[in-house]
Structure formats: C-alpha cells, structure tokens
Write a protein that binds this ligand. Structure first.
Ligand SMILES: NC(=O)c1ccc[n+]([C@@H]2O[C@H](COP(=O)([O-])OP(=O)(O)OC[C@H]3O[C@@H](n4cnc5c(N)ncnc54)[C@H](OP(=O)(O)O)[C@@H]3O)[C@@H](O)[C@H]2O)c1
Length: 301
C-alpha cells in the first residue's frame, strides 16, 4: 500500500503517452506537479535542464521524455542519441549534483528478443536498432552517474494519449474489413496508466529514498503475454463488446517476414517483474482491464 506523501515532482515529456497519464495521476494523488513538454524543457539541452531543475529544486524527477520513433531513428540517429542518451545523461548529472532521485523509463528494445523465457534485469542487453541502442546508452549513463535512480523497463505501451497499436487498429477498422497482423512476436501490452501507477507507487513506497532504498533497474511486467495478432483479437473483441466498432474484423496471422520494418523487432519482448514485486511489492499489470478502460473512455468521448 503506497504511503500518503506529497512530493514536488518535475515531470519531463509531460505531453507523451506516459507523461500525460503521470501528470493526471500525480495531480490526483496530491503531489505538487511541475510538468514540462518538449517545448518547455528540452532534456538534450544541459543548460536548460540545469537551470530549470536548480530553480525548482524538486524532490523527485520522473523522466517520461524520449525519442520513440523506432524505425525513423535509423535515419535520425543523432536526434535519437541526443534525447535518449544525452538527455538522460543531462538529467542524471543534475540529479546527482542536487541529490535528487531520478525515475526513468526504459524499454524491452534494449534486448534482441532471442531469449525463450521472460527477460530479467540481469540479462545481457543487445539492441537491434538505433532506438534501443540510444535508450540503453541512456540507462547506462544514469546507472553510472546518478546513484539514486529507478529505471523501469516497459513494453508495448498504449494509452488514450498519442499514437499506439490500439489506436492504429481502431483507425484501420474504419477503412478496412480485413487485416494481416504479425503473429510471431511475443510480448506484453502495457498501459500508460499502469506504468504511471507503478512509478508513483514506487516513489510513495516506505523505503523510497531511505538509506536502504533498492535503487536500480526494474522490469514492469504486464500479463497475459500475447502476440500482436492476439492483442489485435482482444482489441476488436472488446471494441465490439463496448460498441466502439460495430463490425467483425477478419484477422489474418502473418509472420514478421511478411511485414518487414527497417528495424527487426524482438521475437520475445516479455519482461519478468519478480524483482519489482519483491522489492516494492508491485504486482504485474492486467492489460486487458486497462484496454477496457481505454476503450470505454474513447466510446464515451
Ligand atoms: N511507446 C512504446 O511502445 C514504448 C515501449 C517501451 C518503452 N517505452 C518508453 O516509455 C517512455 C514513454 O514513452 P511514450 O510512449 O510515452 O512516448 P511518447 O508518447 O513518444 O512521449 C515522449 C515525449 O517525449 C517528448 N520529447 C521528445 N524529445 C524531447 C526532448 N528533447 N526533451 C523533452 N521532451 C522530449 C516528446 O515530445 P514531442 O512530441 O514534442 O517531441 C513526447 O511528448 C519512453 O522512455 C519510451 O522509450 C515506450
């Protein structure tokens, strides 16, 4: 059970999928929020980061900012590294200097997906593209520079804000009756809502920032594990039940080879969340329930 505590929080990337949800939930929990979109605070600019953080002196920084265009990163390498690697380093340097804990979000794309079982935190990262490599570099900089850090690895993020697989499926349902969906990549959809709840529960846990705080890298597990094809099936099933769509979509399972992308996606993206459960008593998310909440919200708009 998280303890009731009000913190002064600085949230970066506040207009993204996770950032928006974080701001809503942190506000509901009574924290003092200082939320910055990319226009207000560019994390790749060290002077800006230092000036903003020094002026505010927050209790905690949550970094939800990132360059997240996986395929585009192959041709925008410098920008991906500026945000994901240099931006993370900038935050780590200022957090270290001012003794501020840094909560950061990482990705399943730091792994190559060749492992047969769910990834644990000590598995060797081996990104297959620029996005994953730039995120890994950011994680490593934070680990090296800022002792008071929590790096939360998540996968397949969806939410009401921004672009994601759920929204793509709903949009495609307006245009087509039949879709081919990749069925040989296994992972776990994870809602922006559950990620935000997890981060706030961590910072409101008994031993957060105490002398024995178990800083480090954590996976956030979401269940059940599925392929993109099975995820699409669940989306259309729920969307029909709720009334977001009123037709039966015909779905065809295809191998990744029939849907080539500039960056090879991990065949297995499933994350094991036992460490998070053990140290912070946080259980895996239930993405089906969160999907239902999202679709209900869309239907009520
Ligand atoms: N999306 C996924 O499926 C997924 C999967 C695993 C892990 N993650 C990780 O989860 C975290 C949150 O992802 P998300 O899905 O919420 O991403 P998102 O919706 O793309 O949001 C990222 C936000 O970061 C902002 N940003 C970009 N460059 C910035 C800069 N230089 N300074 C400050 N802000 C900047 C973006 O603003 P602009 O739009 O103005 O550029 C955007 O609002 C990221 O660390 C991501 O790597 C995401």
């Amino acid at each position: 059970m998280p303890i009731m505590i009000s913190n002064k929080l600085l949230i970066t990337g506040a207009k993204g999928q996770v950032g928006t949800e974080l701001v809503t939930q942190a506000t509901d929990r009574g924290h003092e929020i200082h939320a910055f979109g990319s226009k207000e605070l560019d994390i790749s600019n060290f002077e800006q980061v230092e000036k903003t953080v020094s002026a505010l002196k927050p209790d905690v920084i949550i970094n939800a900012a990132a360059y997240t265009a996986v395929d585009k990163a192959e041709t925008e390498r410098d920008l991906a590294y500026a945000v994901n690697a240099q931006g993370s380093e900038n935050l780590a340097l200022v957090c270290k200097k001012l003794d501020i804990p840094l909560l950061h979000i990482s990705t399943d794309y730091v792994y190559d997906g060749e492992k047969k079982s769910a990834y644990i935190e000590t598995d060797q990262p081996k990104p297959t593209g620029v996005y994953g490599a730039s995120k890994l570099k950011g994680d490593q900089k934070i680990e090296q520079i800022c002792p008071k850090h929590i790096i939360l690895r998540v996968s397949w993020v969806f939410g009401e804000q921004g672009n994601n697989f759920v929204k793509t499926m709903l949009r495609l349902a307006e245009q087509r009756d039949e879709l081919s969906i990749v069925a040989d990549q296994f992972g776990a959809p994870t809602s922006a809502k559950s990620i935000s709840t997890c981060l706030l529960d961590i910072l409101q846990s008994q031993h957060f920032n105490a002398s024995q705080c178990p800083w480090g890298v954590y996976n956030f597990q979401s269940d059940p594990g599925v392929t993109w094809f099975e995820f699409a099936q669940a989306i259309f099933q729920q969307a029909n039940d709720i009334g977001c769509i009123t037709k039966t979509m015909k779905l065809k399972p295809i191998p990744s080879s029939e849907f080539p992308t500039p960056v090879k996606r991990p065949a297995n993206s499933k994350l094991n969340g036992e460490k998070l459960q053990k140290h912070f008593n946080i259980s895996p998310a239930n993405w089906k329930a969160d999907l239902n909440t999202m679709l209900q919200a869309i239907n009520n708009q």
